[in-house]
Design a protein around this ligand. Structure first.
Ligand SMILES: *[C@@H]1O[C@H](CO)[C@@H](O)[C@H](O)[C@H]1NC(C)=O
Ligand SMILES: *[C@@H]1O[C@H](CO)[C@@H](O)[C@H](O)[C@H]1NC(C)=O
Ligand SMILES: *[C@@H]1O[C@H](CO)[C@@H](O)[C@H](O)[C@H]1NC(C)=O
Ligand SMILES: *[C@@H]1O[C@H](CO)[C@@H](O)[C@H](O)[C@H]1NC(C)=O
Ligand SMILES: *[C@@H]1O[C@H](CO)[C@@H](O)[C@H](O)[C@H]1NC(C)=O
Ligand SMILES: *[C@@H]1O[C@H](CO)[C@@H](O)[C@H](O)[C@H]1NC(C)=O
Ligand SMILES: *[C@@H]1O[C@H](CO)[C@@H](O)[C@H](O)[C@H]1NC(C)=O
Ligand SMILES: *[C@@H]1O[C@H](CO)[C@@H](O)[C@H](O)[C@H]1NC(C)=O
Length: 541
């Protein structure tokens, strides 16, 4: 069946599947106890909602019926766990009377020779890391530097393996050997177990939580009347809840080989697809590149043009309007990049070299004590970690401020963005090549295949091939793709067996390119009868 080969070649040249890695949250408007809610989520989706960041938190809030003002279960339950996610049912060494958990904030574990104690996670202590690498000379390392629990966790996962977990009396003794009799130190113990057994130290407790008795089981609920802040509740109360499930949506990129000006390309994409390509993360950059013909090494139009100006985050994860923290009188036109000092923001000349704060997915903020200009700092953070830091809440501002010595200015990911996506997508992820966009080069942006997909600002009248996209809500929507198949004339493509075989091949090919496993393909008959209709062959040459 040689048409099979033909079809696959065509697919590999024109399909690129892209998806945002976000978990989708599903609000279930039925009142259940926490345990019943957990069972429901596990049966219907994946699990009760896990929250890893303020971004997740905002999406979670947005999933709830806006008219509802009560409590909503999320997947967090009061239970002491190790920072590996394991629970401590097998071994513990609490000081008698501890943990007393007088307050939800007193939820991190401190080690001392007398035993384990609970303390406010924002207190600063020395800490013990665990080094699990084969090359390690010491398994447990005491770091004589005062940090909060989360900072210590970040530090250990960056430089070693993790904060120290203690599973038995032998490890307890090993840790004692490095900590000594007279020091208290953080180790990898935190209160709060996520239903899916994942590890996330992110917490969003409401202030002024009344002391809770430890005798009853407690589960976390969002209080919709208090900006979604969390409260500890009795697990057998009946509340609506939020589950999480699969991928939210995908941008599917299409490479169009015809060279056109930027405006012509935009018109073409809007007519046949959603729009010229929008790219909003490092992951999407690489997915877009996969959609391009292997042999092509020139430039390609994407949907970004010069227009207006707004402050945006390098990570492209939030609009500035949702939280801002400018110093009095700022921004005042001092520059197009932003540093933070002593908890406020100031605009400043991007070419000045300063220390900077990166963000690393999974561990959090990292202070880099090397002076670089803003652009080089951005490249460094993207190469070494995830991106320059975004600050989207007072809580995140405090995390960053706590990392930096008073009076020291550090670049964060905020910059004055003078570009805009064709589809009006408002977030500010940009992937400029070094030195771009410089004044006078042009007002439309192109991806340069030769420069690992970095972007340049080019003259909009130049003619390049381009990338269009379709944004697909994978959970709810269907998408129809038309395929043309060349046949040798002897095969009846409408034979049910042939149709099934063909679909099977397409499915395999798409899965190899990252299509979600739960996507279902089916043929759609054109006339309620036949899937394939004959088309006369165009004679070229
Ligand atoms: C940011 O604010 C805008 C406008 O208020 C809102 O539409 C959007 O959902 C917010 N984003 C998040 C992540 O909360
Ligand atoms: C703790 O872990 C053990 C063993 O994996 C398991 O049997 C137990 O149910 C867990 N307890 C909780 C509260 O998760
Ligand atoms: C445990 O912590 C409490 C306060 O959180 C403190 O009063 C007590 O002395 C600590 N116990 C030990 C043995 O460190
Ligand atoms: C850490 O904090 C303790 C108590 O606040 C203090 O005594 C100690 O000197 C600090 N150590 C360092 C290295 O800053
Ligand atoms: C800790 O104190 C005990 C006695 O209280 C002593 O035997 C031990 O040597 C001390 N350990 C260290 C590391 O100082
Ligand atoms: C630990 O503290 C005790 C008194 O509380 C003191 O006698 C001892 O010398 C201290 N040990 C170290 C190693 O500092
Ligand atoms: C699909 O499922 C297979 C095995 O069931 C797994 O190896 C693969 O990673 C999954 N692919 C995606 C994109 O989820
Ligand atoms: C669709 O069906 C109608 C009659 O049902 C027929 O006239 C028409 O030619 C068909 N079109 C195609 C493309 O098969």
């Amino acid at each position: 069946m040689d048409w099979n080969v033909l079809l696959l070649l065509m697919l590999s040249a024109t399909f690129g599947i892209s998806s945002s890695d976000l978990q989708q949250f599903y609000y279930v408007n039925e009142r259940k106890s926490w345990l019943e809610a957990q069972s429901y989520c596990r049966a219907t989706y994946i699990d009760l909602a896990t929250v890893g960041s303020m971004e997740d938190m905002n999406r979670l809030k947005a999933a709830v019926d806006p008219a509802y003002t009560g409590a909503v279960w999320i997947g967090l339950k009061r239970y002491w766990v190790l920072s590996t996610g394991e629970n401590i049912s097998a071994y513990n060494n609490w000081v008698p009377g501890q943990p007393n958990e007088g307050n939800v904030e007193a939820a991190c574990g401190v080690y001392s020779s007398q035993g384990w104690n609970d303390s406010y996670c924002s207190t600063k202590f020395y800490f013990v890391c665990f080094d699990g690498r084969a090359s390690a000379t010491d398994t447990f390392i005491l770091l004589s530097s005062n940090m909060t629990w989360t900072q210590a966790q970040t530090y250990c996962s960056q430089h070693y393996t993790n904060l120290a977990s203690i599973h038995n009396a032998q490890e307890q003794q090993q840790v004692l050997n490095v900590v000594g009799n007279n020091t208290s130190a953080w180790f990898g113990l935190i209160s709060g177990q996520w239903s899916d057994k994942g590890f996330s130290p992110f917490r969003y407790w409401a202030n002024g939580q009344a002391p809770e008795s430890t005798s009853t089981e407690k589960c976390a609920a969002m209080m919709m009347s208090n900006s979604g802040k969390w409260t500890q509740s009795q697990c057998d109360l009946q509340n609506p809840f939020v589950c999480y499930g699969g991928l939210k949506f995908a941008r599917i990129y299409y490479f169009i080989r015809d060279s056109k000006t930027w405006t012509e390309a935009q018109t073409y994409c809007r007519k046949r697809f959603t729009d010229l390509a929008t790219v909003d993360s490092v992951k999407e950059v690489s997915r877009l590149l996969k959609a391009v013909d292997v042999g092509y090494s020139g430039s390609l139009w994407i949907g970004l043009t010069k227009a207006g100006q707004h402050w945006g985050w390098s990570r492209g994860d939030e609009l500035l309007s949702n939280f801002s923290n400018w110093d009095a009188g700022r921004p005042n036109g001092n520059g197009q990049c932003v540093f933070t000092v002593d908890g406020v923001w100031r605009d400043y000349d991007c070419t000045v070299a300063l220390y900077f704060v990166c963000y690393y997915e999974g561990t959090g903020y990292i202070l880099v004590e090397t002076s670089k200009n803003w652009y080089d700092a951005q490249s460094y953070c993207r190469t070494t970690y995830t991106d320059l830091a975004s600050i989207r809440s007072p809580w995140e501002q405090k995390q960053v401020t706590d990392l930096v010595v008073k009076g020291v200015s550090v670049w964060v990911g905020l910059f004055l963005d003078t570009w805009q996506w064709s589809d009006q997508w408002s977030l500010s992820f940009r992937n400029w090549a070094s030195g771009q966009p410089s004044s006078g080069t042009g007002s439309c942006s192109a991806v340069v295949m030769g420069d690992s997909g970095k972007w340049t600002a080019d003259n909009c009248n130049w003619q390049y091939p381009f990338i269009c996209y379709i944004e697909e809500d994978r959970v709810k929507k269907k998408q129809t793709v038309k395929v043309t198949v060349s046949s040798n004339g002897k095969t009846d493509l409408n034979d049910p067996f042939v149709k099934a075989a063909l679909l099977n091949e397409i499915e395999k090919q798409l899965k190899r390119q990252g299509m979600a496993n739960n996507t279902k393909l089916s043929w759609r008959p054109k006339n309620n009868t036949k899937v394939f209709t004959l088309k006369p062959k165009k004679v070229t040459d």
